[in-house]
Design a protein around this ligand. Structure first.
Ligand code: PMT
Length: 400
């Protein structure tokens, strides 16, 4: 199960090699991937939508303007759903469309609308593959960090001999698996906190904050997709658990502290993304407080600092904190990096309403002892993948 519940969108264009795609879908699902298939009109001449639906277990999409399909999973949702977009086989015509950013059918539109990494398995006549136009297009696509799965050489359907055969389904599957494991988070245990905490005042009231858990859950998904074993300690949120992630639900900061301390024993990386309440009421009264007085005074006491306690452990994991700040963001973040003895901190400007708490997008500035890097505004899913890449790189660099 080396594709670990990854969402793989398979785009099939109209080449003879399309007949191999039901086998490709089988191999991807055997590795644990969730596969959805998009066919171009000409692909349907070579492979039947019904057979791809049967092997993938999901409806096959082929029309940009199909109201029924849009009512189920619309093309933008499909673009967001994908962790990886594999186009196999990719014809010379489709490659030219992709190079020029055309969006005149479902698959080409998805290529523009997705933030997922795109993998291209070209398949065509050897002369078409060698043509200057095709080669120039390939160079442009490579520069855009589209991963090219080079065609194999051999006898072609038309009788020619040369390069242009789509790699076999097993090779394509291995290429996706290899890309996955190249991040070296395979078999690493990562503990992540997410969401808010709730600090009870009385049996019906509590103090909390605006954290939705989206950032922490996106990190858990990204880490799991990179092969890590992930434990997600979450405050009260309304989110589904990412596939292959172990989730522990807590309410208060003290409960989150206890759950994290139980989980970090063997962990390699700890990421504190939760918005943990710094203080809790000194006492939680057992009966509902009555409105007898004009004023109510509550006394608070400090909660344990989960992040600092993880970082000060004898066998401390690579420890990453967040700093949610409304002013002097970088200065306060650097100060927390040093004071809490962290390996890395992600500074989050939460004065903006379009990013940070409870929004779908975020932007971060990362600091570590001798470096920094800004991650521009992006969907939290995409940003989480970028952040996990940075964490993975620093974690590996720091190993003896
Ligand atoms: O959940 P979302 O809606 O997606 O929003 C994401 C987010 C804004 C909550 C997230 O990106 C973020 O910035 N999380 C950190 C929030 C926070 O509490 O920051 P802080 O600067 O107060 O805390 C600094 C660090 O110490 C954080 O890593 C925090 O998890 C940790 N901490 C704080 C207090 C405490 N008692 N224990 C802790 O571990």
């Amino acid at each position: 199960m080396r594709l670990n519940q990854q969402n793989i969108l398979l785009g099939v264009t109209g080449g003879i090699a399309a007949y191999k795609t039901p086998d490709l879908v089988r191999k991807l699902t055997a590795e644990g991937a969730n596969v959805r298939v998009v066919l171009t009109d000409s692909a349907k001449e070579f492979v039947s939508p019904l057979s791809l639906q049967a092997v993938s277990g999901n409806p096959v999409s082929d029309d940009l303007l199909d109201p029924a399909a849009e009512a189920a999973m619309g093309h933008i949702e499909l673009a967001k759903w994908a962790d990886k977009l594999l186009i196999a086989p990719a014809t010379a015509n489709f490659i030219a469309k992709l190079t020029h950013g055309l969006a005149d059918d479902l698959l080409s539109t998805l290529c523009l609308a997705t933030e997922a990494k795109i993998y291209l398995a070209p398949a065509m006549n050897q002369q078409m593959w060698k043509a200057a136009a095709t080669q120039a297009n390939m160079r442009i696509l490579e520069k855009r960090e589209i991963s090219i799965l080079e065609p194999a050489s051999g006898e072609q359907a038309c009788g020619d001999i040369g390069p242009g055969r789509m790699p076999e389904p097993l090779e394509l599957t291995e290429a996706l698996v290899d890309d996955n494991s190249s991040l070296e988070l395979k078999n690493k245990h990562i503990v992540i906190t997410a969401g808010p905490t709730r600090e009870s005042i009385d049996p019906v009231r509590y103090i909390t904050n605006h954290s939705s858990g989206k950032m922490g859950f996106a990190l858990a998904k990204a880490a799991a997709n990179m092969g890590a074993q992930v434990t997600l300690v979450s405050g009260p949120v309304n989110l589904n658990t990412p596939d292959a992630v172990k989730r522990i639900d807590v309410e208060s900061a003290q409960q989150m502290h206890d759950a994290v301390m139980n989980a970090v024993g063997d962990c390699d990386i700890f990421i504190g993304c939760a918005a943990v309440a710094d203080y809790r009421p000194v006492q939680m009264v057992t009966q509902k407080i009555k409105k007898n007085n004009e004023e109510l005074t509550l006394t608070f006491t400090k909660n344990p600092d989960i992040l600092a306690d993880v970082a000060r452990r004898q066998q401390a994991p690579f420890t990453v904190g967040f700093a949610a700040e409304t002013q002097d963001v970088s200065r306060y973040a650097k100060e927390k990096l040093a004071r809490k003895n962290l390996d890395m901190i992600a500074a989050n400007d939460v004065s903006r309403s379009d990013i940070g708490f409870n929004s779908d997008q975020n932007a971060l500035t990362l600091f570590w002892s001798d470096g920094e890097k800004s991650l521009d505004v992006a969907d939290k899913g995409k940003l989480a993948v970028q952040l996990m890449h940075e964490i993975s790189a620093r974690f590996i660099a720091g190993k003896p």
